[in-house]
Write a protein that binds this ligand. Structure first.
Ligand code: AMP
Length: 432
């Protein structure tokens, strides 16, 4: 047993799996550029108030899952690790006066989030999200644009069968009446509620609707639906979102119980699920509109919408679906030598090749040529560059490892020769 292990609920991401992470991060970054989103980086921790006010005090994320940092005694401020990125991004939007920019401001961030949750498969205490936010557009067209972007990311990642679940949770004009009606409904059915749900009933009744407790299925099925009680403006907005999704041919399923865990959402709420993975009760991504959040955090009232896509769960779903990860990049050339002690010669040549843009490694162990060549083949290198006696007359051996052929090449031509032969190898018959 090792003395130390990664903290409970966290993981080390190791090669070769990290090649998949790199692929998904690039895909997300490319799509963000294609859709006009610009990168933002906010701190991994914020003043606790940003989350308490922004996410809402009576939410699981803040009540139970916030990683609070203990301030040193001389610090008056209290901080918490970010459980989600939206509150921090909106804080930055206000702080840097982004309301004066052309609206909406489209921003993207990818990075770790922290929730002090009970760890299980697909639920970690540190996990990664790709986040997209469009601040300053009331929709509904942009709502559909963002949902379509999410579905494209999954599809381009190689995951088929993503289901969009969609709801509208109203706004301050219509939600209070609905919440009162819902509270009365659950109070009338109090005896049917499990103890934890009775407790939530008086504090955050909407959360009962998306309870995962099987005992709630029947009572929830008969609960009043917010989509039947939207005010005219919210109903129009919701119809607009749906009409735009239909034009974009993005299928969706209406899910009246989808309320999302955070207080700041208004109107559009959506989640991404993998068809066939419902048993896990775990969304692979989710988002929604937050027209009140900028105001809550002290800015001029400004609408916004965004999503967070969980990278960890996407990778789990990809591996369950049998999507194989990308091959790890192999060195194009490994520099080996007949004189085991001549590490300077090998290192210098590899450094020159790298300066010329070639992925090269030097064998820096002091071992026999045969062993160096074996290691180069194990690394799946295309070439071994062999430093031998000919180096005195400015030449080295260039061995094509898969082909088993070898020739002498002047050192001055080496980089060009490797580039030419490697390009031919990669684009040769049967490899494209
Ligand atoms: P949420 O804002 O809670 O809907 O989170 C958005 C997405 O982040 C989810 O759909 C998941 O893919 C991912 N996610 C949330 N919490 C966790 C967690 N504890 N571990 C791994 N992924 C998570």
């Amino acid at each position: 047993m090792p003395t130390f292990r990664a903290p409970r609920g966290t993981r080390d991401l190791l090669p070769p799996e990290t090649a998949t992470w790199t692929r998904l991060e690039r895909l997300a970054a490319d799509l963000a550029v294609r859709y006009g989103y610009r990168r933002i980086e906010t701190p991994l921790f914020e003043l606790t108030d940003v989350f308490e006010r922004g996410v809402g005090e009576v939410t699981d994320i803040v009540e139970k899952e916030l990683f609070r940092l203990t301030p040193r005694t001389d610090e008056a401020e209290s901080w918490a690790l970010r459980p989600e990125p939206t509150a921090g991004i909106v804080r930055a939007y206000i702080q840097h006066g982004m309301q004066t920019l052309p609206q909406p401001v489209r921003l993207t961030e990818t990075g770790p989030m922290f929730r002090y949750d009970r760890p299980q498969a697909g639920r970690y205490r540190q996990f990664w999200q790709w986040d997209i936010e469009a601040i300053g557009d009331p929709g509904p067209a942009i709502d559909a644009e963002i949902i379509e972007l999410g579905t494209r990311f999954y599809r381009d990642a190689g995951l088929e069968g993503i289901e969009v679940r969609l709801n509208s949770i109203g706004d301050p004009a219509c939600r209070p009446t609905y919440v009162a009606e819902l509270t009365n409904y659950y109070r009338a059915n109090r005896d049917a509620l499990p103890a934890t749900e009775k407790d939530r009933l008086e504090r955050n009744v909407l959360r009962l609707l998306d309870s995962k407790d099987p005992a709630m299925t029947v009572v929830n099925a008969a609960a009043p639906k917010i989509t039947d009680r939207l005010c005219a403006a919210c109903a129009d907005h919701f119809a607009g979102v749906r009409a735009h999704l239909e034009v974009l041919e993005v299928p969706y399923r209406l899910e009246p119980g989808l309320v999302r865990g955070l207080d700041y959402y208004t109107r559009t709420a959506f989640e991404f699920y993998v068809v066939g993975r419902e048993g896990q009760q775990q969304a692979v991504g989710g988002g929604g509109r937050y027209d009140g959040l900028v105001g809550l955090l002290g800015g001029r009232p400004t609408p916004g919408i965004g999503f967070g896509i969980g990278i960890d769960r996407l990778i789990l779903a990809l591996s369950e679906a049998g999507v194989v990860g990308p091959a790890e990049p192999a060195p194009v050339a490994v520099v080996v030598g007949a004189d085991p002690a001549d590490t300077t010669g090998r290192l210098r040549l590899a450094t020159d090749l790298r300066a010329a843009g070639i992925a090269a490694r030097a064998d820096l162990g002091q071992r026999k040529l045969g062993k160096q060549l074996e290691a180069a083949a194990r690394d799946h290198a295309h070439f071994a560059v062999i430093l031998g006696d000919e180096a005195a007359s400015g030449e080295v051996g260039l061995r094509d490892l898969p082909a088993g052929t070898q020739k002498l090449v002047p050192i001055v031509d080496l980089a060009r020769e490797i580039e030419r032969a490697d390009a031919g190898h990669r684009h040769g018959p049967g490899t494209d």
